[in-house]
Design a protein around this ligand. Structure first.
Ligand code: GLC
Length: 539
C-alpha cells in the first residue's frame, strides 16, 4: 500500500530507509558505492515497502568525514556520479512513490569550501565572517573545549592571528549562523534542492548551529529556535516536505519545541537518549556498560507519552554512526534472526516514524577488524588519544569493536558471492565475512527471513491507525527481561510482547487477547515466551 503524499503529515504514517551511499552498491568497480547503484536497487527497496530514502551526503567533498565535510553543496561528489544521476534517482524513486530525503550539513562545511578558502585570505574578506573566529597567539586556544573527533575545537591560522572554531574535525570549520548573509546562502542552496524535487531533508547536528563559544555553548544555544523558525519559513515552505533534525542534545521538552504544531520548525527529531543507556554514567560511548532493560523501557515511555499530541519523534536503533543493533542489544549468534525480529517489533509498534538503516532488514552484524583496516577518523583518533592517556590498547579495541562507526558502514551484503555483490573491485571498507550466509539474495528466498518480517511490519503500519494514533501504556515497567506495552485508540488496540533474553519467560501475568497475533517471530505459539520471542497483537 502506498501513501498519499499530498496529505499533510503523510510522513507520520511513513517508514524511511537510510542509505549510506559509499557502502550501498557500487556499479563501476572502484570499490565505492554510487548513485547508479542506488537506482539499480530501487525495486528492492520498493518491495520492502518504504516511503522515503534518507541519503547520507552525496555532495562534493574531500571525504575527510565521508561526505559530512561538504565543499560544494550544489555539486555531486564525482565518485558517486553526476547531477544527472541524482536527477534520475529522484525521478526513478518518485515513480515508485519513494521520496528522496537529502542530508543537509548546515552546522559546518569543509575547509576546502570556497567560502573557507576565501575566509582564510584576510580578516576583512567578505567570507571571513561566515565562520567563527577568535583572536589569539597560537599558544593558548580561546578555551579548552575539545572537538568531537579529538583535539581542541580551535585551530590556529598564523597569518590571521586567529583561531577558527570546529566542533568536529579541523577540516570541518563551523559556520557562523549569526551572519544573515550566510543564512541566506544556505536557504538559497536548499531551494535549489527543493527545485530538483527532493522530498525533504535530514539536518545534521542541527541543534548545534547557535553556538556561543565564550559560554562553551554548542548545543541548544539561545538563538537556536529563532534560527530554525527562520530556516523553516524561508526554505521549507512547501507543504509536504519532511524535515528531521539530528539533535543529540534533545530531551522531551526541547523536542516539543522542534516538532510541535504551533511553532513549527521541523517535522521530527532524531533524539539519542535511548542510544546512550548502555554506557557508563558520566562516560563516553566507548565506556561500555550492559543495557538494563527497565532503563530502555522508561526512556522510550517518556518519549511516547511526552510527545503525544505535542510533537513527533523518529524511531531508530541503527544509523551510520551506530553499531548494529542485533550485535548490541540482540544476539548475533544462535538467535540472530529471532532477536533482530524482536527488536524490530519492539520499535515499530511505537508511535513516531521508523527509520531502517541499510542492512538492518537482513540482520547485518558488527565487524572486528585490525586497527589499520578501519577507515573512520573517529576510531583512529580515539585509539591514539586513549592509548596516549594510558588506556590498555586491548580494551580500547574492545570499545572499537562494540561502538566504532565502521560497524555500520561495512558494505551492504547483497549476495554470498565475491565482495557480497557490492563491488567487482576492492571494497573501500572490508566486507563482513558472514555475507556468505547473511545477504539479500538468501533473505529474499526465505519466506521466514528478517526481510519479510520488516515488510510485514511496514505493511501493518499502513493498515492500522493504532500505529499512528494509539496512546502508549507501558506494562511491567520493572521487568528486566520482557518489554511489554499497549497502544490504544477508541476502536483499535495493540499489545506488544518482547523477550529480550535467551532465557524463556512467563506469559501468565499478561492479559493476552483471544486472537492470533498479527505478527510473531515463532511460527507456533506456546504458553511461555521462547528466546527473543516477540508477538504483536492487533485487536
Ligand atoms: C553527524 C553525522 C556524523 C558526522 C557528524 C559531523 O553526527 O551523523 O556522521 O560525522 O555529524 O558532521
Amino acid at each position: 500500500m502506498k501513501l498519499d503524499k499530498t496529505k499533510k503529515d503523510w510522513w507520520q504514517s511513513a517508514v524511511f530507509y537510510q542509505i549510506y551511499p559509499k557502502s550501498f552498491q557500487d556499479t563501476d568497480g572502484d570499490g565505492i558505492g554510487d548513485l547508479p547503484g542506488i537506482i539499480s536497487r530501487l525495486d528492492y527497496l520498493n518491495k520492502l515497502g518504504i516511503d522515503g530514502i534518507w541519503l547520507s551526503p552525496v555532495c562534493q567533498s574531500p571525504q575527510v568525514d565521508n561526505g559530512y565535510d561538504i565543499s560544494d553543496y550544489q555539486a555531486i561528489y564525482p565518485v558517486f556520479g553526476t547531477m544527472e544521476d541524482m536527477e534520475r534517482l529522484i525521478h526513478e524513486a518518485k515513480k515508485r512513490n519513494i521520496s528522496i530525503i537529502l542530508d543537509l550539513v548546515l552546522n559546518h562545511c569543509s575547509d576546502q569550501h570556497p567560502w573557507f578558502l576565501e575566509a582564510l585570505k584576510s580578516r576583512d574578506n567578505p567570507y571571513h565572517d561566515y565562520f567563527v573566529w577568535r583572536d589569539g597567539d597560537g599558544v593558548t586556544p580561546p578555551n579548552d573545549m575539545m572537538a568531537c573527533f579529538g583535539g581542541s575545537m580551535w585551530t590556529y591560522v598564523p597569518h590571521l592571528g586567529q583561531y577558527y572554531f570546529h566542533h568536529f574535525a579541523a577540516q570541518q570549520p563551523d559556520l557562523n549562523w549569526e551572519n544573515p548573509k550566510l543564512r541566506r546562502e544556505l536557504y538559497d542552496m536548499i531551494r535549489f534542492w527543493v527545485g530538483k524535487g527532493v522530498g525533504g531533508f535530514r539536518l545534521d547536528v542541527i541543534d548545534q548551529i547557535a553556538k556561543v563559544p565564550e559560554e562553551k555553548i554548542t548545543a541548544n544555544g539561545p538563538r537556536l529556535h529563532e534560527f530554525l523558525q527562520e530556516l523553516s519559513k524561508e526554505a521549507f515552505c512547501e507543504e509536504g516536505l519532511v524535515t528531521v533534525g539530528e539533535a543529540w542534545g534533545a530531551n522531551v521538552e526541547r523536542a516539543k519545541l522542534f516538532s510541535s504544531r504551533d511553532c513549527k520548525e521541523l517535522s521530527m527529531v532524531f533524539q539519542f537518549q535511548h542510544i546512550g543507556l548502555d554506557q557508563q554514567p558520566g562516560g563516553e560511548k566507548w565506556d561500555l556498560a550492559p543495557l538494563y532493560l527497565p532503563d530502555l523501557k522508561k526512556c522510550l515511555e517518556s518519549w511516547q507519552t511526552g510527545l503525544e499530541h505535542e510533537g513527533w519523534n523518529s524511531l531508530f536503533m541503527n544509523n551510520h554512526d551506530l553499531p548494529r543493533v542485533v550485535s548490541r542489544w540482540g544476539n548475533d549468534g544462535a538467535f540472530r534472526v529471532e532477536s533482530a525480529k524482536m527488536l524490530a517489533t519492539m520499535l515499530h509498534g511505537l508511535q513516531s516514524t521508523p527509520y531502517i538503516y541499510q542492512g538492518e532488514e537482513i540482520g547485518m552484524t558488527n565487524i572486528r577488524l585490525p586497527l589499520e583496516d578501519y577507515v573512520d577518523l573517529e576510531i583512529h583518533n580515539l585509539y591514539r588519544d586513549r592509548v596516549a592517556a594510558g588506556y590498555n590498547p586491548a580494551s580500547v579495541m574492545e570499545s572499537i569493536y562494540a561502538r566504532g562507526r565502521d560497524n555500520g558502514r561495512t558494505p551492504m551484503q547483497w549476495t554470498a558471492g565475491e565482495n557480497a555483490g557490492f563491488t567487482t573491485g576492492k571494497a573501500w571498507l572490508p566486507v563482513n565475512e558472514n555475507h556468505t550466509s547473511i545477504n539479500v539474495e538468501a533473505a529474499l528466498e526465505d519466506p521466514d527471513s528478517i526481510f519479510y518480517y520488516y515488510q510485514k511490519l511496514i505493511a501493518l503500519r499502513k493498515q492500522h491507525a493504532v500505529f499512528r494514533e494509539g496512546c502508549f501504556t507501558l506494562l511491567l515497567p520493572e521487568d528486566e527481561q520482557r518489554f511489554v506495552y499497549r497502544r490504544d485508540t477508541e476502536n483499535e488496540h495493540m499489545l506488544v510482547i518482547c523477550n529480550f533474553k535467551e532465557e524463556p519467560a512467563p506469559l501468565d501475568d499478561i492479559e493476552i487477547p483471544a486472537t492470533e497475533p498479527a505478527l510473531s517471530n515463532y511460527s507456533e505459539l506456546s504458553d511461555y515466551l521462547r528466546p527473543y520471542e516477540a508477538r504483536m497483537y492487533i485487536f
